[in-house]
Write a protein that binds this ligand. Structure first.
Ligand code: FES
Ligand code: FES
Length: 221
């Protein structure tokens, strides 16, 4: 039968639909009915990551929010009742300020045509949130609890036809607490010959406590 019309949030904005075509995907909705057009239609079958968004669900019993990435091309609009969706615009934008993920992607030349970039950023963001929830020791200021190997895996479901992946992996690895700065390639933050410490001080800092609020109160009912 038809699913009940969903109430959900996209980047903190509330959406309440009176009716929904059961065949409409979240990707189609975002691109055609909202201003959040960073999500892209690549393959349309879950294989390329261009349409990846973060989906957050609230468990009222545990009073806990769970976040995971989904391919919005495979997610039916009728299935996201009560969910909070975050796209690349919700992580940071030109109005509220870009996230250090965006700034580092730009600085490491990790975006060429840009088609894959929003999905990559959301995938990395999700991995960063997961790492922050672990009880690993606090990293140095500006870094995250992410490890280099997790940083490399973060984008394993995202395809890029332009960059050859090295700059993207560098942008991701730059967040890892165990990164060797010597391993990071050409970028706009420092010049060759710069010391390890100077390099870290030049990266746009990451602050896990200063991220976007992912789950709006109005959905916690
Ligand atoms: Fe390729 Fe959704 S468009 S995974
Ligand atoms: Fe063009 Fe990745 S930058 S597809």
């Amino acid at each position: 039968g038809a699913a009940a019309p969903p109430v959900f949030a996209v980047n903190q904005q509330r959406f309440e639909l009176s009716a929904v075509d059961p065949s409409i995907t979240l990707l189609h909705f975002l691109r055609h009915h909202t201003s959040f057009k960073s999500v892209k239609l690549g393959c349309g079958e879950g294989g390329c990551g261009a349409c990846v968004v973060l989906l957050s669900k609230y468990d009222p019993v545990l009073d806990k929010v769970e976040d995971f990435t989904v391919s919005s091309c495979l997610t039916l609009l009728g299935s996201i009742h009560g969910c909070s969706i975050t796209t690349s615009e919700g992580i940071g934008n030109c109005k509220d300020g870009f996230h250090s993920i965006h700034q580092r992607f730009a600085g490491f030349h990790a975006s060429q045509c840009g088609f894959c970039t929003p999905g990559m950023c959301v995938s990395l963001f999700s991995t960063l949130i997961k790492a922050e929830k672990t009880n690993r020791p606090e990293p140095s200021p500006g870094f995250s609890k992410l490890t280099v190997s997790e940083a490399e895996k973060a984008i394993s479901g995202n395809l890029c036809r332009c960059t050859g992946y090295r700059p993207i992996a560098d942008a991701c690895k730059s967040f890892a607490s165990d990164v060797d700065m010597e391993d990071l390639g050409l970028n706009a933050f420092w010049k060759k010959g710069c010391g390890e410490e100077e390099k870290s001080s030049k990266l746009p800092p990451y602050d896990p406590n200063n991220g976007p609020c992912l789950f709006p109160e109005f959905l916690k009912k």
